[in-house]
Design a protein. Structure first.
Length: 349
């Protein structure tokens, strides 16, 4: 059963206009900057925010089609894992998971039996009588997932499900979540800000900005060919748009770069910050792009330093702390940037 939705929601000055399809067993990640419309889309699918226009259909079932059709949240086959999990503090893990089946009319003993089975599946059988405040962040996340899946939903909505975890716990729980999603036969929509969560967990990425889709596709394809500054920043690439004539590309914002593969017409160019070299004087040697730059800012990134450069090609460069010390780089330092043509990837705009 394919879930097909045209999500049209107008709230004040903001309009969401999003076409979305999810196939059985598919995990789709919805990404975008703050205010892009991700939470609005999730709430619309859950039945918490009615559509202004459009429709939500699961095969022949119509969940929302204004102005005549609207199925409230409690009557939709939907499971939700919220960012803060929202477990019931007064219930233990078993009764938290049993809550959904009980709310749908299942007898208490049967609901608890089903809840116990789900706690076993997520590795928490020994925590059935534990209250939420006594659970770790990873354990609470798994209880929330079990609670969402215990009602056998057709649609599973995950709202930043790993955001509340510390870095070490996140790695382990992400792997566990990938395993559970691989076993889930329904439709899954993951809303996240984290590119690694999306790349590891999702089969397809949908990027939304200002209420509309700007790019979608398999994670590897989106990462390889970003089409907006947000996506380029998400995957850690420099992105420019320009017009190609052979191996020369005149950039839309000014400046020019030489590329290895000839092209014609409007193109995107990407290159990794690690491909940009910084020098105190104009470098010679093998053919490369060189241009004068001024350091606009520096930021520590794990074991490297990311340098923001102003110049004809305002790029990001990743260098080592040793290089920072050797070149005495501070904001305002004037340097030369160098970039090999073979490090630039081009594709049609």
């Amino acid at each position: 059963m394919t879930l097909a939705a045209h999500l049209g929601v107008t709230r004040g000055d903001f309009t969401l206009d999003l076409d979305l399809t999810l196939d059985p067993g598919e995990v789709v990640a919805l990404l975008g900057p703050n205010g892009a419309g991700k939470s609005t889309a999730l709430r619309a699918l859950a039945g918490l925010t009615p559509l202004t226009e459009g429709a939500i259909r699961l095969n022949e079932q119509v969940w929302d089609a204004p102005p005549t059709e609207f199925v409230p949240a409690e009557h939709r086959s939907v499971g939700v894992v919220f960012q803060d999990y929202l477990l019931f503090a007064h219930l233990d893990a078993l009764d938290n998971v049993a809550f959904g089946p009980r709310a749908r009319g299942m007898r208490r003993s049967a609901a608890r039996e089903q809840a116990a089975d789900w706690l076993r599946r997520v590795g928490l059988a020994d925590y059935a009588r534990t209250r939420p405040r006594e659970l770790s962040g990873g354990q609470a996340q798994r209880v929330a997932l079990a609670r969402a899946l215990a009602v056998d939903p057709a649609l599973l909505l995950l709202d930043e499900p790993l955001a509340a975890l510390d870095a070490a716990t996140r790695v382990r729980v992400r792997a566990e979540l990938a395993h559970h999603l691989g076993d889930y036969p329904g439709h899954t929509l993951l809303v996240t800000h984290d590119p690694l969560d999306a790349m590891v967990l999702a089969d397809r990425l949908v990027i939304v900005e200002q209420g509309a889709v700007v790019q979608q596709g398999a994670p590897a394809e989106v990462a390889r060919r970003p089409r907006s500054d947000y996506v380029a920043d998400l995957v850690g690439l420099n992105l420019f748009r320009g017009t190609a004539t052979g191996t020369r590309v005149r950039l839309d914002g000014g400046g020019e770069l030489t590329v290895a593969e000839p092209a014609t017409g409007p193109v995107y160019l990407t290159f990794a910050p690690s491909a940009v070299g910084l020098h105190p004087e104009r470098p010679g040697g093998s053919p490369r792009n060189t241009w004068p730059v001024t350091v606009a800012g520096l930021e520590q990134h794990a074991h490297t330093v990311r340098v923001r450069l102003d110049g004809a090609v305002p790029a990001l460069a990743d260098i080592t702390p040793v290089t920072v010390a050797e070149l005495r780089i501070t904001p305002g330092t004037e340097l030369w940037a160098a970039l090999k043509a073979t490090e630039i990837h081009t594709y049609p705009a």
